[in-house]
Design a binder for this molecule. Structure first.
Ligand code: CDP
Ligand code: CDP
Length: 221
């Protein structure tokens, strides 16, 4: 077991992983890894270079050479701020397509592991507990019903002043979840040693409190 404390939070889109992981990291004074942002950056960078999202070798070499800088919620690609650009649903779909390619996942592995710094890390994604940090001290599978998750995404878009259609969001979310669950490499699934947290009827504070309780129990065991 590494000396760096690691909390791995995996789950489907809009289950609240990012929000919950960031707040837990703040409360514990840990670093935070948004692994999905790396797949989003790889998709965006490939698109900007004219590399097709299905071109495994091409996207993997773009991913290996990503010039990305993170500062809190902001992110730059090749010196260009892309904090908003990587959050679009189109880039989410691109991320899930490039994420199904084994060479792309391999190209991003060391970069993700480099976030594990003292005193600890909270990492969110799809394979944090299975592949990237299999020895994490606490693994959580955070989920919520598809209807609740679609409603959350819908409200998020409305709050940003972006056009939103609940039926289209639900369909896109279910299609992306299916691609993430059914792929051969690092599929989205609850690990046997991960604790299940269903946040369907839970607000953010309660989900954060549950994760902190579990972490406290693990740390004092
Ligand atoms: O990272 P992930 O896609 O799993 O989800 P997120 O971006 O953290 O959360 C999606 C939206 O749901 C955000 O607007 C959160 O504020 C909201 N949310 C919520 O309303 N209740 C929760 N228990 C968790 C998240
Ligand atoms: O915010 P949301 O949960 O919708 O997506 P995200 O966490 O930003 O991830 C975007 C896409 O990247 C996902 O649909 C996955 O296909 C992929 N991804 C992955 O395969 N493995 C990870 N550890 C994180 C993201």
């Amino acid at each position: 077991m590494s000396l760096v404390s690691i909390i791995a939070i995996d789950g489907p889109s809009a289950s609240g992983k990012g929000t919950v992981a960031q707040r837990v990291a703040e409360r514990l004074g840990f670093h935070y890894l948004d692994s999905g942002a790396l797949y989003r950056l790889a998709a965006l960078a490939a698109g900007r270079r004219g590399v097709d999202w299905d071109d495994e070798t091409g996207v993997a070499s773009v991913a290996a050479a990503l010039d990305a800088v993170f500062a809190g919620e902001r992110v730059w690609l090749d010196g260009d701020e892309v904090s908003t650009a990587i959050r679009s649903e189109a880039i989410g779909v691109g991320a899930s397509r490039v994420a199904a390619l084994p060479a792309v996942r391999a190209a991003l592995l060391a970069r993700q592991r480099a976030f594990a710094q003292m005193p600890g890390l909270v990492a969110d994604g799809r394979d944090m507990g299975s592949v990237v940090f299999p020895h994490a001290g606490l693994k959580i599978f955070l989920t919520a019903s598809a209807a609740v998750r679609a409603e959350r995404r819908y409200r998020q878009l409305i709050a940003r002043g972006e056009p939103a259609d609940l039926a289209a969001i639900t369909a896109e979310l279910e299609a992306r979840d299916a691609r993430d669950r059914d792929r051969a490499v690092a599929p989205l699934q609850q690990q046997p040693d991960a604790l299940l947290l269903d946040s369907s009827g839970m607000d953010i504070d309660s989900a954060v409190a549950q994760v902190l309780d579990w972490w406290q129990a693990r740390s004092s065991a």
